[in-house]
Design a protein. Structure first.
Length: 376
């Protein structure tokens, strides 16, 4: 959005609304102490105080969850002083119900346990829930006339356990959502890297060959007009091919073949005045390795034309891998890897193949080699 604000997804809004409704529905059990207070023999003022306490208790309970904002969708919890204050208020109101409602006031204790579960971390929340359960049970056994409240600890513990389960499920759901976001971001980064790599490999090679052929055509304008026209036509063909490759890259459908790259390499090296030793067949190359080796030929020959100052280039390919070598000056000390070699190394790594850049032992220039992919 233009103002930098974050749009809340509809499914998140729906979960928040459901959470608030779910929380409010459980307040129906406050009807037990409310009914007990209204039908008791206590004085009118005591009844009024109990009813007011129950109503305010419900308001504080809802306010506590509203303060959490997202109580059921697995958010990171930080201790909120306001939530602690609201919980303390609920705790203080509970005894005010007892004079009129008697043992039914114990029906309010599960709400305290639930509120504690959503306010504190698990260890503190469980300690408070257990303390509340023990206190409720103790009151039921010790206060005269409260015998009907015996077993009050069970709903307290069940409510705490249910909320604890919701917390675990919510946290796992939140972790899953974060993992999905991370995977989506990773996919975007990978796609950007692919686009960068492919654009460099495609345009770098094509523009290098176009530059070499254009220079050759310039020298042939007067000496050999027919050959010059052929080179210009080839430049046009290469430019159109590069444009098509760019479109295919954007569409994610670009493909490279080893045989096609060897043919292109022969034409480019010839135009650059570089003697080429290229394989005449690729039948012994595993099918699953041919696309990767095609990228090796493209990047290797592009570097020979662009950087090496070589007079000779040799490509060897077979079941054991591929190597592009030259007799240029760059082999004295392998140059630092640019975008092209980094992209090629990433392709090789993705295929489970090893890539090395070293000095050619017999030609004396640079040697770019890639081993067979794991699948082959």
């Amino acid at each position: 959005m233009a103002d930098g604000s974050t749009r809340v997804p509809r499914d998140v809004i729906g979960r928040r609304a459901f959470a608030q409704v779910w929380i409010a529905v459980w307040l129906v059990f406050l009807l037990n102490p409310l009914h007990a207070a209204l039908t008791s023999d206590a004085a009118r003022g005591v009844k009024a105080a109990a009813v007011a306490a129950i109503a305010l208790f419900a308001v504080l309970y809802l306010a506590l969850f509203a303060n959490r904002r997202r109580p059921l969708v697995g958010e990171e919890r930080s201790l909120s002083p306001r939530s602690v204050g609201l919980l303390a208020g609920m705790l203080a109101l509970t005894p005010a119900v007892a004079p009129a409602a008697g043992a039914r006031a114990l029906d309010m204790v599960p709400y305290l346990a639930v509120a504690a579960m959503f306010t504190f971390d698990a260890h503190v929340a469980w300690a408070l829930a257990l303390a509340a359960a023990a206190a409720a049970e103790a009151l039921a056994f010790t206060v005269p006339g409260w015998g009907e409240g015996r077993g009050a600890s069970l709903p307290v513990l069940l409510a705490a356990a249910a909320v604890f389960g919701i917390r675990i499920a919510s946290r796992r759901n939140s972790d899953l959502m974060r993992a999905r976001v991370a995977l989506a971001e990773r996919a975007v980064d990978d796609e950007r890297a692919r686009m960068t790599r492919d654009m460099h490999d495609i345009l770098g090679h094509s523009l290098t060959v176009i530059a070499v052929k254009s220079e050759l055509a310039g020298h042939l304008v007067e000496a050999d007009p027919a050959r010059c026209a052929a080179e210009i036509a080839d430049v046009e063909r290469l430019a159109r091919g590069a444009l098509a490759d760019v479109r295919a890259t954007i569409a994610g459908s670009t493909s490279v073949t080893l045989a096609g790259e060897l043919v292109s390499a022969g034409s480019a090296l010839d135009a650059g005045g570089i003697d080429a030793e290229l394989p005449t067949a690729v039948d012994d190359v595993p099918v699953e390795a041919r696309e990767l080796y095609g990228w090796v030929v493209r990047e290797g020959v592009t570097n020979v034309l662009r950087h090496s100052g070589a007079h000779r280039c040799r490509v060897r390919v077979g079941p054991d891998g591929i190597a592009v070598e030259d007799d240029g000056a760059a082999g004295a000390e392998p140059p630092p890897e640019g975008q092209g070699l980094r992209g090629l190394r990433a392709r090789a790594r993705a295929a489970g193949a090893a890539m090395t850049v070293s000095r050619s032992s017999d030609l004396g220039g640079l040697r770019l080699a890639v081993g067979p992919p794991e699948a082959s």
